[in-house]
Write a protein that binds this ligand. Structure first.
Ligand code: NDP
Ligand code: 8X3
Length: 259
């Protein structure tokens, strides 16, 4: 009989309605986790919750949450029912890109949305969840960075800056938690075909599909697999950072496309 490696664990995943967050929910579900799924689109969350239960999740608790809403984030964590309050794993995943333009012509509203979500939202969620982990002397935070945070690509300065910030926040958190058993991991994927590019191009699916043309991109399940691996290492092992990409991508700037 298969060992359920996350049995008895509570995992909170932000951005669980789609892509990497949804795939992580299903990967954790198959290991028997109890899942707190959060995002803004509740209908999509409900679909993921049903699939998670079918995959083996011990229980699912869904919360409508916009990570940009500082007080609502704190309230949602404070108001968790006691049986859900002791979060073992936080996957701080909610994020997005908007636009692909030169910095000097970019839309400032796009910048605000990326910074508010990818940087401030990441901080708000960590600030609400991590104190409980310190009190309980147990926990693991997984931050979704990106290859884009390791090397800037043209027309992506602001998105790349938010992901460089995510990496800095993740590294700083690991330093600040030194002396506790709480673990901190950054996951830095390259190109992965999710709703990411459709969101980036404000719903232009044709333009989004072109991003992955001629290559075999990562899929959300590849990244979920890396996250699951990181959180199932022995308690004394901290995976600091995993960078993963399709074999067709060397870094943010170099991609091989078949004609
Ligand atoms: P998707 O667009 O498929 O999923 C993004 C998720 O984030 C959705 O569930 C969305 O939910 C949620 N989200 C966005 N804004 C907010 C918000 N304000 N409050 C709460 N939730 C929000 O993209 P991915 O799965 O690809 O992206 C997930 C993470 O991975 C992001 O941080 C992204 O930057 C990162 N990443 C993605 C890569 C890729 O190539 N796809 C590569 C490297 C990193 P909802 O809209 O329902 O709120
Ligand atoms: C997502 C990867 O290269 O599309 O962070 O920006 S990329």
């Amino acid at each position: 009989m298969k060992t359920m490696r996350l049995q008895g664990k509570i995992a909170l995943i932000t951005g669980a309605s789609s892509g990497i967050g949804a795939a992580t929910a299903l990967a954790f579900a198959a290991e028997g986790a109890r899942l707190i799924l959060t995002a803004r689109r509740t209908a999509k969350l409900a679909e993921v919750a049903a699939r998670a239960l079918a995959h083996g999740a011990a229980a699912v608790h869904s919360i409508e949450m916009d990570v940009r809403e500082r007080h609502a984030v704190q309230h949602a964590i404070d108001a968790l029912p006691p049986e859900w309050a002791e979060i073992d794993i936080l996957v701080n995943n909610a994020g997005l890109s908007r636009g692909l333009e030169k910095l000097y012509t970019g839309r400032i509203d796009d910048w605000e949305e990326m910074i508010d979500t990818n940087v401030k939202g990441l901080l708000y969620v960590a600030r609400a969840v991590v104190p409980g982990m310190v009190v309980r002397q147990h926990g693991h935070i997984v931050t979704l960075g990106s290859m884009a945070g390791e090397m800037v690509y043209p027309n992506g300065a602001v998105y790349c800056a938010t992901k460089a910030a995510a990496l800095a926040i993740n590294d700083g958190l690991r330093e600040d938690l030194l002396g506790t058993p709480v673990r901190v991991t950054a996951i830095d994927p390259g190109l992965a075909e999710t709703e990411f590019s459709t969101v980036r191009f404000h719903g232009d699916a044709g333009r989004a599909a072109n991003v992955y043309k001629g290559l075999a991109p990562l899929v959300a399940e590849d990244i979920a697999d890396a996250i699951l691996w990181a959180v199932t290492r022995p308690d004394h092992v901290n995976i600091a950072r995993i960078t993963l990409s399709t074999v067709h991508q060397a870094n943010s700037l170099l991609v091989h496309r078949e004609p």
